[in-house]
Write a protein that binds this ligand. Sequence first.
Ligand SMILES: O=C(O)c1ccccc1NCC(=O)[C@H](O)[C@H](O)COP(=O)(O)O
Length: 216
Amino acid sequence: MTGVLVKICGINDPVAARAAGEAGADMVGFVFFPRSPRAVTPERAVELARELPAGITRVALLVDADDALVDAVAATGVIDLLQLHGKESPERVAEIKARTGLPVMKVLSVADRADVEAAQAYDGVADRIMFDARPPKDMAGALPGGNALSFDWHLLEGLVLATPWTLAGGLNAGNVAEAIRLTGVRSVDTSSGVEDRPGVKSPDKIRGFVAAAKAG
Ligand SMILES: O=C(O)c1ccccc1NCC(=O)[C@H](O)[C@H](O)COP(=O)(O)O
């Protein structure tokens, strides 16, 4: 065991929720983005949370959400961390933290070194930072995340952040150990890499990913 924290994102059915918990995932994500094949409602998140073991961190993924959705998600009482996966400014991050009383993980979409440097503006504002792949502008059906795309992990070389950070984007059981080795990251996230098709999680792939990351 390396002590790497593992997040399984896009949990939308009870079987996947139980598989993630039993496999030893540290965090699971619920996607509150209507266009996603993994989207859940606040009511559904409450049901799914009942399938999770105590102590697992339950993450709500929001994309440039308005206050009404932020409030509805926070009001479920089952969320421990908000993952902001849109273009939220540092000021908006601070506002959402104050509004909900919940910690925030701010996602930076990465295609070049400037995207990595953009994290400095959130250092000390967000409680955690995530680096994920930025989809190409011409990618058909691209979502703000969850596209099974990786970015060049070398872009993270020399990264200095006081805030803990997570690596995401195209990770699966076959490449997560190399990602950990190359970047030195202590927290990884996957969604597509543990699916049979978009929106359909595979318990076997969840188990394989958690084992590979923890052994990494
Ligand atoms: O999963 C979605 O459908 C989604 C929609 C909108 C914004 C973000 C979304 N997902 C983010 C994630 O699941 C992960 O945090 C991350 O992007 C890694 O995804 P993947 O490359 O599929 O492993």
